[in-house]
Design a protein around this ligand. Sequence first.
Ligand code: SAM
Length: 280
Amino acid sequence: MLKTEVYLGDAREVLKRFPDGYFNLIVTSPPYSDARGKHYDSVKPNDYPSFILGFHDEFWRVLADDGSLVMNLKDRVVHGVRHRFVWHTIEAMSNTGWLSIDDYVWVKPNSMPGYWPNRLRNEWEYCFHLTKKSKFAMYQDAVRRPIGGWARKRLRKLNSKDSGRHNSETRSGFGRDLQKWVGKELVLPGNTIRIPSVSENLGHPSAFPVGLPEFFIKLFTKQGDFVLDPFAGSGSTGIAAEQSGRNVVLIDNKKEYVEIMKQRLNQTNSQGRVRCFSDT
Ligand SMILES: C[S@@+](CC[C@H](N)C(=O)[O-])C[C@H]1O[C@@H](n2cnc3c(N)ncnc32)[C@H](O)[C@@H]1O
């Protein structure tokens, strides 16, 4: 039977009760740097790499060898200049052994309008994909998308250039073989994920949309696998994991958010699932 577990506590401590290699995926958004300080502990940009490295030992230990860690991180502008602590954090993690497989970008089509004198509107955030090994579990078919109307028209009449591989006219070295696309209904998406940010009040200042963890849960786990969100906030990852038929462990060190998580989960159908809430 599938299980949802919610814990109140510091993720570094709570994780000690889980065995090595227990989780197939850690998907999370750690606290923003120097933001939301009124709501929960915040970290200075220069301290950010060492803050995240403080979780390395437990994250590495509880993640399966073929598992993935996806971290949604957002940098910030300090005195008009974009601070690169997010890059430094990923670099520091690479130095401890994590393989930085890819950078996904979460695009928020509903980002807040405004005016900034030296830049434009912020409308995306990073989702870094890190692994322990170069061979890891990935289920690309689970995120395939319809090929789109353009293809039906374009692929109906292929010309001489379309038979076999056609190298790009730009001589970039890239090429394509359109014949391989004929008859395909579904194709792989790119590594940007377009999902509006949460606009309703969930009682948490930085909840991400359920669709974001859901995308990575489908891509990196299969039904019945084990998902962890060690900075779970309002529990969006829990909703995504439950909807996708995965086991999930959610941790937050603020009682208020753990209560919100429980309420959110209790509002959804728990049939065929065990839910455990632990306040220690
Ligand atoms: C960016 S929020 C996560 C929001 C979440 N993705 C959601 O959809 O609601 C980060 C969360 O990490 C929690 N947090 C900060 N330090 C923590 C720690 N050491 N252990 C566990 N949770 C922590 C904060 O209370 C906050 O709720």
